[in-house]
Design a binder for this molecule. Structure first.
Ligand code: MG
Ligand code: ZN
Length: 192
């Protein structure tokens, strides 16, 4: 098994505070630790895949994200969980910061971040999953060749559907997502 679980950050691993890079305001969802522990123990690499357009918009410097990844890692240490990588897109086509205001290939729903992580970490995408709280996460995962899980916490509001935007399964918590991955779906998808 050489798969990974790619995880969106905002609204999936942590409560979404738009454009936040203040470590004091990073709040992990309560079930994240045990859910990720189970996945890691099963042999999945854990990789964060995050759009960080605040860089392109001039809200914070790229270096401010170092403390974010550090804090996220620290909060999972009590569970024995360690991330294998943090990949982020600092771009946005309507940004104001020179060099970052571009139409890149890594901003979700595009699959560039996942593909870059897979190359660097020698991950088999066909054995991998992308887990996120909106359909842009689902599309990025599907385009990369992963299976996909939508953790529906009410954060998706537009519901623009399409051939790439259908998740393998929809759940309402990280623990349910982990259970589905580990059980390959048995009995956890009722109602979807
Ligand atoms: Mg999100
Ligand atoms: Zn990008």
């Amino acid at each position: 098994m050489n798969g990974a679980v790619f995880l969106d950050k905002d609204g999936t691993l942590v409560v979404d505070v738009p454009y936040n890079v203040d470590p004091a305001r990073i709040q992990l969802y309560p079930d994240a630790g045990l859910a990720l522990k189970g996945l890691q123990q099963a042999g999945y690499r854990l990789v964060v895949i995050s759009n960080q357009a605040g860089v392109a918009r001039g809200y914070f410097e790229e270096t401010a994200l170092d403390a974010v990844w550090q804090t996220l890692g620290d909060q999972l240490l009590p569970y024995g969980v360690t991330f294998d990588g943090f990949y982020y897109c600092p771009h946005h086509p309507e940004g104001q910061v020179t060099g970052y205001a571009i139409d890149c290939d890594c901003r979700k729903p595009r699959p560039g971040l996942i593909q870059r992580a897979a190359r660097a970490l020698h991950i088999d995408l066909s054995q991998s999953w992308m887990v996120g709280d909106i359909l842009n996460d689902v599309e990025a995962g599907n385009r990369a060749g992963c299976q996909t899980i939508l953790v529906d916490r009410g954060n998706e509001t537009e519901w623009v559907t399409g051939p790439w935007r259908t998740p393998t399964v929809t759940v309402t918590s990280l623990q349910e997502a982990a259970d589905y991955i580990l059980g390959q779906g048995a009995g956890t998808s009722d109602g979807y």
